[in-house]
Design a protein around this ligand. Structure first.
Ligand SMILES: CC(C)(COP(=O)(O)OP(=O)(O)OC[C@H]1O[C@@H](n2cnc3c(N)ncnc32)[C@H](O)[C@@H]1OP(=O)(O)O)[C@@H](O)C(=O)NCCC(=O)NCCS
Length: 170
């Protein structure tokens, strides 16, 4: 990483709902509070969730969440990981930080047979570009569905496959 930047892995803990450096403006605080509250339920992947963070001095410049398989993403295998909630603070965008984060994750989280998933809105060209530069290829089109119209029950469904393999080499 360039001078002044540091990389670490953060996991939700009882007395730390969000990583150091997350300001009250970060959408991260709200999302992490939800995960923190759900952790004891075990219904969600919160107890295995972790996050790669990149700080510039003490400021949170980037985070990428890592989520193992759970019922919201039934197409994943047990050993797979989904990289999501990827975010770079506006003033650090366009400097290659998200790409570096993805490359670090693909390298450090590599396991034989593990597939990495990156779910992105079809209109999010910046995010798609980052994923493509990291070696991801589009393999399927999907959508979120909300059973019984209960927002908390949303899950992701694959509508059509473009390819049969989602493997990404680091
Ligand atoms: C998507 C996001 C994480 C990218 O972060 P980033 O650190 O700026 O990304 P990088 O600097 O690593 O960019 C890599 C590529 O993305 C593209 N890109 C990134 N920011 C861009 C911008 N502001 N304008 C145009 N292209 C951009 C560039 O093409 C770049 O490739 P290049 O090196 O060929 O120019 C960031 O824009 C973001 O936080 N967006 C809001 C949240 C979001 O949409 N997250 C993704 C959810 S799936």
């Amino acid at each position: 990483m360039p001078d002044g930047f540091s990389v670490s892995v953060w996991r939700p803990q009882i007395f730390q709902m969000w990583p150091d450096g997350a300001t009250s403006k970060n959408r991260l605080r709200m999302r992490m509070t939800m995960r923190w509250a759900m952790k004891p339920l075990r219904l969600f992947a919160a107890h295995r969730y972790r996050m790669l963070t990149i700080r510039h001095d003490s400021e949170l410049a980037h985070y990428s969440g890592l989520t193992p398989r759970f019922w919201r993403f039934p197409f994943m295998d047990d050993r797979d990981l989904q990289i999501g909630d990827t975010w770079t603070a506006p003033r650090y965008r366009g400097q290659g930080i998200a790409l570096r984060a993805l490359r670090i994750i693909l390298k450090t989280e590599y396991q034989p047979g593990r597939r990495f998933w990156y779910i992105v809105d079809a209109h999010n060209s910046q995010s798609i570009r980052v994923a493509e530069k990291a070696g991801f290829e589009p393999i399927a089109d999907g959508t979120t569905i909300t059973p019984l119209n209960i927002p908390m029950l949303w899950r992701y469904a694959i509508l059509s496959h473009r390819r049969t393999s989602a493997a990404v080499s680091a």
